[in-house]
Ligand binder design. Structure first.
Ligand code: 13P
Length: 258
């Protein structure tokens, strides 16, 4: 059984005061949810607030994730953050978010290097994939997503892959208010993502990996996704910045295996 995982990606939002306020507003409810172990809840604040969020959530069962990292271990890489710098504050790290791929030109090769570096440093990668609107409209989603999965998994062992979380985030659904349908997202995750993993590592591994949906997830539409057999949770942007909304989204995770 795959434990549902709900993660809030705060992106480049909040400041020290509002990050603190947000965690304090969600802490009690989220820790109750996390405590029974049936749902994993992860908060991914910007780098400068990782230490604070880690401190505020210690002992609550709420987990912390970073939004990015570099693949080199140390050295002359001004402005970058190494995997080993994150482990004191974070358990997870988002890798290959479409905003990193599009705005910061991260290639499939860089994404793959980052996954290797994260795993080598005891961070759990949340690996993002997803197609642009044009690809979707041309009916090329399957080929595109399979290609991203193949490229991201280069050189990884079956055991390493079992430890990954994958997030399917169609770019056209991110921040647009136009979420995919539950059935549509489930089909891409089941056929393209688990299909690619099965081709590479066999059905057993494909069925063991947790795959989230991301893109305009709200408290209103989360149920539509969480009931789908191949969807194990959500990677939430905008709605994770509102305490009540994110609590409701995480609570929906309980419906998964009940
Ligand atoms: P929104 O939930 O704001 O659409 O963002 C999704 C996302 O990119 C999460 O990583």
């Amino acid at each position: 059984m795959r434990t549902p995982i709900l993660a809030g990606n705060w992106k480049m939002n909040t400041n020290l005061a509002s990050a603190t306020e947000l965690v304090n507003a969600m802490k009690n409810d989220l820790s109750q949810l996390a405590a029974n172990g049936n749902v994993h809840v992860v908060l991914c604040p910007p780098f400068p607030y990782l230490a604070r969020v880690n401190e505020l959530t210690r002992g609550t069962g709420i987990q912390v994730g970073a939004q990015n990292m570099y693949y080199e271990l140390k050295g002359a890489f001004t402005g970058e953050v190494a995997p080993a710098m994150l482990v004191d504050f974070a358990e997870y790290v988002i890798i290959g978010h479409s905003e990193r791929r599009q705005i910061f030109h991260e290639s499939d090769e860089v994404v793959n290097k980052k996954i290797h570096a994260a795993l080598a440093n005891d961070l759990k990668p949340i690996v993002c994939c997803g197609e642009a609107l044009e690809t979707y409209e041309n009916g090329e989603t399957d080929v595109w997503v399979r290609g991203q999965i193949h490229a991201a998994m280069q050189g990884l062992s079956a055991d390493q892959v079992r430890g990954l979380v994958i997030a399917y985030e169609p770019i056209w659904a991110i921040g647009t208010g136009k979420a995919a349908t539950g059935a549509g997202a489930n089909a891409v995750i089941g056929i393209s993502i688990r299909g690619a993993l099965a081709d590479l590592y066999g059905e057993d591994v494909a069925q063991s990996v947790r795959v989230q949906y991301g893109g305009s997830v709200t408290a209103k539409n989360i149920d539509e996704f969480i009931v789908q057999p191949d969807i194990d949770g959500a990677l939430v942007g905008g709605a994770s910045l509102k305490a009540d909304e994110f609590i409701a989204i995480c609570r929906a995770g309980l419906k998964k295996n009940s």
